[in-house]
Ligand binder design. Structure first.
Ligand code: NAP
Length: 313
């Protein structure tokens, strides 16, 4: 463990080594830039954690699914950023962390990255599990500040469809012609930084529902990508079951997992035929801009920055 500056509050950041929305990584950068002490919890060490240490973060090794490994991570923390991947285990992760904090009589400011489908009747099993995890954090007396983002991350398009678009100029999923709200993981992270640092705007024990910054169908997404990479991109709607099976067949470096396949294909189906438990497509770019104090990233800008993820050359 590297030493921390004792005169500044310390934030424990979970998910700092993320490979999907990467909100934790962005939060580490932003907090360090603001002069805060950051402690990142990571399951393993290597180049990914060396990069965090080089930035000035303290790194401790721990696994949210193994309570025995969490004591050093929570020791003396003033605030916690909690995120968990789109994968099985969020309920156990939240329970373990809450238990260790309670045992240490710690009451840090606690900010949770969540999603609009975190509701008990969600068509997504992970949405229901996320909701139950947030219940546990509240029952533990942690008074979490929960950001249930009513938007999908742009990074989903890169993760779930980048390979297909690069290889064939085509992609398919279960969203059909449904329009959905979108935001970048980077801007979602910056909202969480605001929640960590602005207790008046984000009081302890409250749930907020930030909106996306753009509402787009997948046909419109294909058009934006095509314009940015300069070659045609075609979107085809397929059934929930077909997309789930396709996702289960490929793992994209282990990031796509069976629970994610169920989650996103069910959400896609729900957007194709709107139903209870799925965010209504609303664009709040003005709200997000006001919260961030700057213009949020547009989807076109996201594609431009990540062009190599979509273009053949
Ligand atoms: N994707 C969307 O469209 C969307 C939309 C709205 C809200 N959200 C919210 O965003 C959250 C995901 O955030 P994200 O995209 O920033 O995550 P992410 O990039 O997938 O990163 C997940 C992080 O969690 C770490 N992790 C996984 N299992 C762990 C364990 N057992 N113990 C400790 N760390 C562990 C991973 O570390 P390793 O490097 O060790 O794997 C990784 O650093 C979701 O839970 C959801 O609520 C997502």
């Amino acid at each position: 463990m590297t030493s921390s500056n004792d005169f500044r509050p310390t934030t424990l950041v979970l998910g700092a080594t993320g490979r999907h929305g990467r909100t934790g990584a962005r939060i580490v950068e932003q907090l360090l830039a603001g002069g805060h002490n950051v402690r990142a919890l990571a399951r393993s060490t290597g180049e990914h954690t060396d990069a965090l240490i080089a930035q000035g973060a303290e790194v401790v090794v721990g696994d949210l699914l193994d309570r025995r490994t969490l004591g050093e991570g929570v020791d003396g923390v003033d605030s916690v950023y909690f995120t968990y991947p789109i994968a099985e285990g969020v309920l156990a992760a939240a329970a373990n962390l809450a238990s260790v904090l309670r045992a240490g009589k710690l009451s840090p400011r606690f900010v949770v990255m969540s999603m609009g489908v975190s509701v008990p009747e969600s068509p997504s099993a992970l949405g229901r599990a996320q909701w139950a995890a947030e219940e546990v954090l509240s029952w533990a007396g942690l008074e979490p500040v929960v950001l249930r983002l009513r938007a999908l991350f742009y990074e989903n398009i890169q993760l779930l469809h980048g390979g297909s678009i690069r290889a064939t100029g085509r992609f398919a999923n279960s969203f059909g012609s449904g329009r959905a709200p979108w935001i970048s993981g980077q801007d979602a992270a910056d909202l969480a930084v605001a929640a960590l640092l602005a207790p008046v705007r984000y009081p302890a024990g409250t749930i907020s529902y930030p909106t996306g910054v753009e509402v787009l169908s997948h046909k419109e997404i294909a058009e934006v990508i095509a314009a940015e990479i300069g070659s045609p991109v075609e979107y085809t709607p397929v059934s929930r079951a077909a997309w789930q099976a396709e996702l289960e067949a490929g793992s994209n470096g282990g990031v796509i997992n069976p629970a994610m396949a169920q989650h996103i294909s069910a959400i896609g189906e729900a957007f194709s035929v709107p139903r209870e438990g799925v965010p209504v497509p609303e664009s709040g770019s003005a709200d997000v801009k006001a919260l961030l104090g700057r213009a949020p990233l547009s989807f076109a800008e996201f594609v431009r920055v990540n062009r190599t993820a979509f273009a053949r050359n």
